[in-house]
Write a protein that binds this ligand. Structure first.
Ligand SMILES: Nc1ncnc2c1ncn2[C@@H]1O[C@H](COP(=O)(O)OP(=O)(O)OP(=O)(O)O)[C@@H](O)[C@H]1O
Ligand SMILES: [Mg+2]
Length: 451
């Protein structure tokens, strides 16, 4: 199959030839004709399989064919995305694919001055890529109007429809024309989001390229069990031993990102970070430097998990597992894109076992465990059953049975809280597998706010 056979026009085919896109990917093969026909669409396809061109190419073609001038402050296509970096990237894609067409694209997002955005919108824009908060600000200041809007795209649709954005999105949806084309794209759709999404589409085409929530095929994944306090040391060891080049490292909290960054930089490693506490220019600069190979390691929160396309990124490390299982699929999908292969390594400590179990159940795969010599955890990571449960009793190492010697009766020890207080060497060091879960681990604090 070729792009020409999908009915794309010459100005688009010319660009695809320059980009050396020889064959449409499976999601493009199905999405392009459906979008050209004006249908609503819910498309699930793995990370890195060209979903962006799957909506951008046919939408550019429809806009060019309609040949309606866009009025002042109006827009014809709105693409909503969850992060500022992704807004910038999707806008660049529209600009690139549409370079031979007389259409205007633009991106608006928060963290930067609103005035230049208001100026730019005055002339009208054919394709506006936006994050919801800033779009709403612009709408409330009458800088953007939706009366000419023909298509709404939710990229990373499941993320856009989850609770985090609901307040802003409800307000945006209320302002959009009811008659419009709506397109939803993501690599993951939970059952709940799927039914919510269904309600906002009219007679939709449903595209399902593989089993739901599948990780990218070309990413080799494994887990290294480790004690929490030794993760940083283990990361350094893996970095040296594997001679990793470029690595994207995900850490759960902003504070955690900065701590790891400081340690790496103190060791003379070229590293930078992305998270929600940094200014927008420094976030964009960090990503640019990473893409340009000026820094070797980018440490990030989940703000970098979705959609970002970094050419030939070879390795993703989950320093911490994500709280939301879907984010695992997106994080590791930053590697193994566009036919390339990649590796994703997760450093997992005992209290992350429930997260690991949830990830395995959602993706329908058990992750291989590979202990690093010298880093075998004292607190064993419980085994998982592949269906989201922990196996309660991890196998104990077998010891040869010795005949028991009769013990001398000991005097009773002083007690605390009704329990015997252990003392002496090895006290409190009983193998965790034989000990009940420590209350500190069981009652974990809620995770810090990612992003
Ligand atoms: N038909 C094609 N042939 C070759 N490369 C392609 C093709 N389509 C897209 N690409 C390239 O594949 C890469 C991934 O595309 P894209 O970012 O659209 O993936 P995605 O499916 O949106 O992934 P994610 O779920 O992570 O957002 C990009 O670098 C893009 O240029
Ligand atoms: Mg994408």
């Amino acid at each position: 199959m070729t792009f020409a056979s999908l009915g794309l026009i010459d100005p688009l085919l010319l660009v695809l030839e320059q980009l050396a896109y020889h064959t449409p990917t499976p999601v493009q093969q199905q999405a392009i004709p459906a979008v050209l026909a004006g249908r609503d669409l819910m498309a699930a396809a793995q990370t890195g399989t060209g979903k962006t061109a799957g909506f951008a190419l046919p939408l550019l073609q429809r806009l060019a064919a309609a040949n309606q001038p866009v009025a002042a402050n109006s827009i014809r296509v709105l693409v909503l995305v969850p992060t500022r970096e992704l807004a910038e990237q999707v806008y660049e894609s529209f600009r690139g694919y549409g370079q031979h067409l007389p259409l205007r694209s633009y991106a608006v997002y928060g963290g930067v001055s609103i005035n230049p955005q208001m100026m730019k919108l005055r002339k009208g824009i054919d394709v506006l890529v936006a994050t919801p908060g800033r779009l709403l600000d612009l709408y409330r200041q009458n800088a953007v109007k939706f009366n000419q809007l023909q298509t709404l795209v939710l990229d990373e649709a499941d993320r856009m429809l989850d609770l985090g954005f609901s307040r802003e999105l409800d307000a945006v949806f209320a302002a959009l024309p009811k008659r419009r084309q709506t397109l939803l794209f993501s690599a993951t759709f939970s059952a709940e989001i799927r039914s919510m999404a269904g309600a906002m589409l009219v007679d939709p085409v449903s595209i399902e390229i593989s089993r739901p929530n599948t990780t990218a095929k070309a990413v080799r994944q494994w887990v290294v069990p480790v004690d929490k306090k030794r993760k940083t040391e283990l990361f350094g060891e893996l970095l040296r031993e594997n001679r990793w080049g470029q690595v994207l490292v995900f850490v759960k909290t902003r504070k955690g990102v900065e701590q790891l960054l400081a340690i790496l930089q103190a060791q003379g490693i070229r590293a930078d970070s992305i998270h929600g506490d940094k200014s927008q220019p420094s976030r964009l600069r960090a990503l640019e430097r990473f893409k340009a190979l000026e820094v070797q390691i980018l440490v990030a929160t989940d703000v970098a998990a979705r959609g970002l396309d970094i050419d030939d990124l070879p390795v993703v490390v989950n320093f911490d597992l994500p709280i939301v299982a879907e984010d695992y699929v997106h994080r590791i999908g930053r590697t193994g894109r566009a036919g390339a292969s990649g590796e994703a390594i997760s450093l997992v400590c005992a209290d992350e076992a429930p997260l690991l179990a949830a990830i395995e159940a959602m993706t329908g795969q058990s992750l291989r465990r590979d202990e690093q010599p010298g880093f075998e955890p004292e607190h064993r990571v419980p085994q998982t059953d592949g269906r989201g449960q922990l196996l309660k009793k991890p196998k104990k190492p077998k010891k040869p049975k010795k005949p028991k010697k009769p013990k001398k009766p000991k005097p009773a020890l002083p007690t605390a809280g009704g329990k015997a207080v252990a003392s002496g060497r090895g006290a409190g060091k009983a193998t965790p597998s034989t000990k009940p879960k420590s209350p500190r681990l069981a009652a974990r604090k809620p995770a810090g706010k990612p992003g």
